[in-house]
Design a protein around this ligand. Structure first.
Ligand SMILES: Cc1cc2nc3c(=O)[nH]c(=O)nc-3n(C[C@H](O)[C@H](O)[C@H](O)COP(=O)(O)OP(=O)(O)OC[C@H]3O[C@@H](n4cnc5c(N)ncnc54)[C@H](O)[C@@H]3O)c2cc1C
Length: 464
């Protein structure tokens, strides 16, 4: 775009959105060009901060007319580089379009704006006796729009499903500014294609999500969190079967391999360490119950733990006796300490649950065969077949992390897994989309993209 066109576009955007709604040049704060835990990249052309649906629509229509790339942005907690813009693109940050429009107690739904922070929404629905099915570690910063655009999974997917499963209605704005979708509140609505599903998980490449109707769950009266050691992987699978059969309110089933547990317990200041690090698996199980009688639920959980111990499925176990203790167990599982590992590369993959430990062993050995000094750690939402891998090398190979990515993703492909379980493809995994999706699927994605965004202005260079 010529300098004159750029100036004309910025003028038109400023006029339409006002000084708070259109920020350019040195006034753009680093928040808008810095991904989670990474160094800032280049400043975008401008940051647009619409405060209404009409603002979003006009901003997109203008950018569409000038052929300028638009990168939707939520809380910037995404881990696939999907919300970073190039120097000649504009950021469309939804933060000013936030808030809850309605809680419909009869329908059990909440109508929410895309820029609302997840934790704010969780608290608001709790205050009126409901619970939101979605929860993730980034809850204090991530936004509903970002959660839906990435189809976030999180800590409770085994109980309530992923972000997609919470959505009854969705509104989005297309690349040319057309507003589509509706705020449907009904569980059943088979009037034609379910268009909302197209935008969920599309990482801002097909439309900008502006509002959603989410279903609400009954209030959870108490949670019961346990950490136990498991001698081997086969008992982990048996425990998964038994947990689902005996504890129908199970909400998390999270596994840590010994390398992860050892590193996190050694590097998290002030962490209460339940067991010494050993060559066993560490399993966190949480039940969240709608039963107001917390004692009954705790007793049922304890009885299960007793049975599992008798059957030799678990070794040590600790059942959190307070919210503080439960938070401490989660702090261990969230394992933020690994972020300090040098040149850490994070992977978020899915694999059929029965084969995950076999994959871990193969991955660990292959990495060590290629880079003998590598440090790798493995953990994940194992109940949803979701494995997280952290790989750290004192010095990255000349290709950067790409060589490590290629090695890990080739193993994922061989094992019949997915290169993205819950973080999306973004910029980071574009080269590996075809490890998981067939050529016909990728062609269909391209057909959809060009039908909805023929000028290719929405989140260019991401996903496809
Ligand atoms: C500590 C931590 C824990 C995490 N735990 C989990 C977890 O358990 N499960 C999980 O799934 N993820 C997890 N994540 C990743 C991240 O929080 C999720 O991907 C989250 O959904 C991103 O939301 P966001 O608002 O930060 O989006 P951003 O990072 O701002 O954007 C992510 C993508 O969505 C697009 N986007 C954002 N808003 C919109 C919109 N309104 N319309 C269209 N497109 C939009 C962006 O263009 C980008 O492609 C974690 C991240 C951190 C830092």
């Amino acid at each position: 775009m010529s300098t004159t066109d750029t100036a004309a576009l910025l003028d038109a955007l400023r006029q339409r959105l006002g000084p708070e709604g259109c920020v350019a040049g040195a006034d753009i704060g680093p928040r808008y060009f810095t991904a989670y835990n990474e160094a800032p990249v280049c400043r975008p052309l401008a940051v647009l901060r619409p405060a209404s649906i009409d603002d979003v629509s006009c901003a997109l229509a203008l950018c569409h007319r000038f052929g300028v790339g638009v990168v939707p942005q939520g809380g910037m907690t995404g881990l696939a580089g999907g919300a970073l813009a190039g120097a000649d693109e504009v950021v469309l940050a939804l933060e000013r379009f936030n808030g809850i429009e309605e809680i419909d107690a009869a329908a059990g739904t909440v109508t929410v704006r895309a820029g609302t922070v997840l934790q704010t929404l969780q608290q608001a629905v709790r205050e009126v006796g409901f619970e939101l099915g979605l929860d993730l570690g980034a809850r204090g910063s991530c936004q509903i729009g970002g959660n839906l655009a990435t189809n976030a999974g999180g800590n409770r997917a085994i109980r309530f499903g992923v972000a997609r499963d919470q959505v009854l209605g969705l509104e989005a704005v297309l690349a040319d500014g057309t507003v589509v979708g509706g705020l449907n509140k009904m569980l059943k609505n088979n009037a034609g294609y379910d268009l909302k599903q197209m935008f969920i998980g599309s990482e801002g490449t097909l439309g900008v999500i502006t509002r959603a109707v989410l279903r609400l769950q009954p209030k959870l009266h108490s949670t019961h969190t346990c950490l136990c050691t498991v001698p081997d992987y086969a008992p982990v699978i048996e425990l998964w079967r038994r947990t689902r059969a005996s504890l129908s309110d199970v909400s998390s089933f999270e596994l840590m391999w010994p390398d992860f547990y050892r590193y996190v317990t050694a590097h998290t200041p002030g962490l209460e360490i339940p067991f010494a690090a050993d060559e066993v698996f560490y399993l966190l199980i949480e039940c969240a119950t709608t039963n107001p009688d917390a004692e009954v639920c705790a007793a049922r959980f304890e009885a299960c733990l007793g049975e599992w111990f008798e059957a030799g499925l678990i070794g040590d176990a600790v059942l959190a006796g307070s919210t503080r203790q439960a938070e401490s167990l989660w702090r261990l599982r969230e394992g933020l300490a690994i972020d300090a590992l040098p040149n850490l590369i994070n992977y978020d993959v899915s694999l059929p649950i029965g084969g995950i430990d076999g994959f871990v062993q193969q991955c660990r050995a292959t990495l060590a065969g290629r880079w003998p000094a590598v440090q790798s750690v493995f953990f994940g939402h194992i109940g949803d077949s979701n494995l997280h891998i952290g790989v750290s090398l004192a010095e990255l190979p000349p290709s950067g992390g790409h060589e490590v990515d290629a090695l890990v993703y080739a193993l994922v492909r061989e094992a019949g897994g997915s290169v993205s379980a819950e973080h999306g493809i973004g910029r980071a995994k574009r080269d590996f989309l075809d490890y998981t999706r067939s050529p016909a699927e990728i062609d269909l994605m391209r057909t959809l993209k060009s039908a909805l965004d023929p000028r290719g202005i929405l989140n260019p260079g991401k996903l496809l």
